[in-house]
Write a protein that binds this ligand. Sequence first.
Ligand code: DLL
Length: 432
Amino acid sequence: MQEDTQKDFLEPAERTTQQTRGIMQAVRHAYQNSPYYRKVFDNAGLKPDQINNFPDFQQVPFTRKDDLRDAYPYGMAAVPMERIVRIHASSGTTGKPIVAGYTKQDLDDWAAAVARICAMAGVKASDIAQISFGYGLFTGGFGLHYGLERLGATVVPFSSGNTERQLALMQDFNTNVLVSTPSFALYMAEIAIELGFKPREFGLTIGLFGGEPCSDAMREDIEKFWGLKATVNYGLTEVVGPGISGECEERTGMHILEDVYFPEIIDPESGEVLPDGVTGELVLTPFHKEGFPVLRYRTGDITRLISEPCPCGRTTRRMDYITGRSDDMIIIKGVNVFPSQIEEVLAGFSEVSPHYILILHKQKGFIKDLEVQIELTPEGFSDSFRQLEALEGRIRQRLRSTLSLAPRLKLMEPRTLERTTGKTKRIIVNEL
Ligand code: DLL
């Protein structure tokens, strides 16, 4: 573990050398062993020995989600299937799932990466961690499981669902680390309170949250309810699962394991590589992935790279919190907005809970109308129609002035929007 940790503290020149070696290794492996990438390189008239530095690497075509979909199920394999020992898949919202296959070495590397992310967040071997991510094709459960075991923590592999039992065991087992989506952490707190418990008395100290965005408002609520320190971490199935980046205890963005992945930020329209600090789409290349390698994978996630020093002393660049997905951008009557921008406006109202849903009413592919369902907090709710109308008017006005957006608003009573034990679905499309 110690040797691993040193990798987060490399000097910039050492980092560049290591990453250059990493991309060359990834390119060679993909070219030599993946029929898919052999074709990509041949079509682009590229040979691996033409790629010797970061600018050269920009000639490698991007890999997109659709490329992986088209390769369903095993078209991305770069080793014989007898060497693949595990399959995960992400369902996404439409189309065929995306499949990832892991060799024994890949699983070992993955566990090591997740262990580092957990250690960065402050988890120790003496901790007891309840994993409330689903175990199955989703990478969250198994990913965190093996990473935490590698770290030496005690793992309680609960999986998702069955909230009341989760709460009971959490108390019985003296669990102090909760591993889940932020929305499930919030939901569990709501249920605990409903059952008459005081969540702060459970003794949770650290939250390892990921798999979906965690707004500041959500984080505040989770910390307030549970009395824990909430950290977030990021990953995606196509690249490995969790174990790509995560917060240190300073919580100034998510440190990327830069000895394992090469991050780039691009303009999602033009594909141009953008400098650190500028917001765009995250592109990732894992260096050592044997089974199903990917080169320059367009994650669709919108963020920026932060290279300013972190007080923790790690020299790895951080990713800022994801503000949206390039495919989630809503274009309505000429206005472009990300759901996170709407969320930010809503977070400015103490009467509003972190639960909201966007309903896109579409006609012939265009958004005709946007409806925002906003759940109120018990304190924010009122029996007085006039009060609710006034609140609605203030929210509408704020949305209009900050985002030039005039959606239809629907204020909902407390606890009426659906809760989930996994990732929250914020956008619903309604074809008119
Ligand atoms: O969600 C892997 C994961 C599991 C990461 C557990 C962290 C913890 P997928 O199901 O393939 O994999 O979904 C990946 O989820 O492209 C992002 O859009 C979103 N996502 C994941 N982590 C975060 C995060 C896992 N911390 C997709 N903040 C990604 C915002 C996140 N979005």
